[in-house]
Write a protein that binds this ligand. Structure first.
Ligand SMILES: *[C@@H]1O[C@H](CO)[C@@H](O)[C@H](O)[C@H]1NC(C)=O
Ligand SMILES: *[C@@H]1O[C@H](CO)[C@@H](O)[C@H](O)[C@H]1NC(C)=O
Ligand SMILES: *[C@@H]1O[C@H](CO)[C@@H](O)[C@H](O)[C@H]1NC(C)=O
Ligand SMILES: *[C@@H]1O[C@H](CO)[C@@H](O)[C@H](O)[C@H]1NC(C)=O
Ligand SMILES: *[C@@H]1O[C@H](CO)[C@@H](O)[C@H](O)[C@H]1NC(C)=O
Ligand SMILES: *[C@@H]1O[C@H](CO)[C@@H](O)[C@H](O)[C@H]1NC(C)=O
Length: 460
């Protein structure tokens, strides 16, 4: 009870603070979920960004890197965008390769999944290939090629990085680049950067694309779909074939898809894995003839249009991002057809929420509730049509495992959240107490310039 007023005060403070951060619109940004923060990095809004435009973006570091606080409920009309403490001082903007040269890609990794890895492109050889942001203490670090064993990791903003269950980041490069050995690869490649031991390998690929989407399945297979050829031509097989890359043995398999509603080939789409662990939910894209939402059932590779209720967006978006947070597919930013941001004029939020808790009926909603219960998921879409069959049984057992996992996970999250709130308040009380007595300075650790510059000096 005695905590209640403090909690309320903290909430009011957070709301006031978050209203101060109103980010610009953007495309081809990165969004990385770590714990209860959805970090947004970079992106651009001008048709042909140039050096002048990019330097204007960089005048405001808190618009380049910030987060959505998903620890508390919110309404999409007042998004809890939050500044990272001391980010305007610490964000190493001069160490990222420019948007004009292809930008950067980012994903999480490290021993505890709590570090964000920013992978530069290869154009500016004076810059470190990898920068990291530790979300626990907000510190930055950089890694020169000398520190990384093997190939040079290469990231661009048109790539969709995937971190697997063992901390490897898979970067499908659909453009030509030159390796450290000076070999030019026109067919792109799969760059695999192991964040646990900073090693990097390069493998051949079955496809060479940009602006595709990538979804990791629980069995370690990444489903690549859509996108376009590096020269800008749409991928000829569109969504009629998806490509299964097995992270366990580095093999590729083209997988034909089926169904009455196979979408037209498209790029700039996003895809997430449904809570059931086998449906891939695809949103948006560049092709205005396609619908907003499609689902690919990976048990039979059938496409279908899902049932959707609620008031959804009127303007389709491309080059946005999507993450699953709790019950929701959380879509961030992106552009309307031909690069326009009229969605804001239409009163649509920068963040769209699709409640995916019930796969027979997805719901567009404006309200995010981090504690919304995830209902048990149906194990297979084809339950009713399949007779008793060994492979089907195996499937069901696996999916039961996933459901148990999800339920245990949710319980865990609830317990951890409660404990965190308890300790947070306790700590806060101590801090407030300290503040009152010593008027202490900001407690956020400040990264050393040495850490940042060492990587660069080594490169030179
Ligand atoms: C960048 O683009 C803007 C808007 O198109 C233009 O006004 C400006 O002159 C350009 N700057 C450079 C350096 O090309
Ligand atoms: C990191 O996350 C993956 C799932 O994305 C999980 O399998 C793995 O155990 C996590 N590692 C740690 C150290 O928490
Ligand atoms: C890094 O770890 C991976 C296993 O995750 C291993 O295959 C690889 O050989 C290691 N590389 C180095 C340089 O230690
Ligand atoms: C899911 O939605 C369907 C269709 O609206 C409904 O019949 C069913 O009861 C819902 N299931 C749950 C668990 O809410
Ligand atoms: C859509 O909802 C109807 C009625 O609730 C249900 O019978 C049908 O299976 C649902 N379709 C899909 C694709 O989930
Ligand atoms: C079992 O299911 C698989 C995949 O759905 C199917 O190809 C196979 O014919 C089925 N076998 C039997 C005996 O029904």
């Amino acid at each position: 009870m005695f905590n209640f007023r403090l909690l309320l005060l903290l909430q009011i403070l957070t709301i006031v603070k978050s209203q101060l951060l109103t980010p610009n619109v953007r495309t081809l940004h990165s969004s990385i979920l770590v714990d209860k923060k959805l970090y947004i990095f970079s992106g651009f809004k001008d048709f042909v960004p140039n050096v002048t435009i990019e330097s204007t973006y960089n005048l405001n570091p808190n618009d380049r890197f910030f987060y959505l606080d998903v620890s508390k409920p919110f309404d999409t009309s007042t998004l809890p965008w939050t500044a990272i403490p001391d980010n305007d001082k610490n964000l190493p903007l001069n160490f990222f390769t420019s948007i004009i040269s292809g930008g950067v890609t980012a994903s999480y990794g490290g021993a505890n999944n709590d570090t964000i890895y920013f992978i530069n492109n290869e154009k500016d050889k004076t810059l470190p290939p990898v920068l990291t942001f530790n979300t626990k203490d907000n510190s930055w670090n950089s890694y020169s090629q000398q520190i990384i064993s093997g190939e040079r990791p290469i990231g661009r903003n048109q790539m969709r990085p995937i971190t697997d269950y063992s901390g490897k980041i898979f970067l499908l490069a659909g453009f030509s680049f030159t390796t450290l050995q000076g070999v030019t690869r026109n067919q792109g490649g799969m760059i695999i950067f192991d964040t646990t031991n900073l090693s990097c390998v390069l493998k051949d690929t079955a496809i060479s694309r940009v602006e595709y989407s990538a979804t990791l399945l629980p069995n370690g297979i990444i489903v690549y779909m859509g996108g376009k050829e590096p020269a800008g031509k749409p991928a000829t097989d569109g969504f009629r074939v998806v490509y299964l890359y097995n992270t366990n043995d580095n093999t590729w398999k083209p997988q034909p898809t089926f169904g009455d509603s196979i979408p037209n080939g498209d790029n700039g789409i996003s895809s997430v894995l449904g809570l059931d662990g086998f449906r891939i939910i695809v949103f948006g894209g560049d092709d205005i003839d396609n619908k907003m939402l499609y689902v690919l059932d990976t048990t039979n590779f059938n496409w279908y249009e899902p049932n959707v209720s609620g008031k959804g967006p009127t303007i389709k978006r491309f080059d946005h991002t999507a993450n699953v947070i709790g019950r929701y597919m959380v879509i961030a930013f992106g552009s309307g057809p031909g690069l326009n941001f009229n969605y804001r004029k239409n009163g649509e939020s920068d963040v769209l929420l699709l409640d995916i808790g019930n796969s027979s009926n997805y719901i567009w909603t404006n309200n995010f509730d981090p504690n919304a219960v995830i209902p048990p998921q149906s194990s297979s879409s084809s339950d009713s049509t399949q007779s008793d069959n060994n492979s089907n049984n195996n499937n069901n057992n696996k999916n039961t495992g996933i459901i148990v996992g999800v339920v245990v996970g949710v319980l865990g999250i609830i317990i951890i959240t409660s404990l965190s709130i308890f300790f947070f308040i306790k700590r806060r009380k101590n801090l407030l107490h300290e503040k009152a007595t010593s008027d202490g300075e900001n407690v956020m650790p400040i990264p050393s310039d040495l850490e940042l510059s060492s990587g660069r000096n080594l490169v030179k």
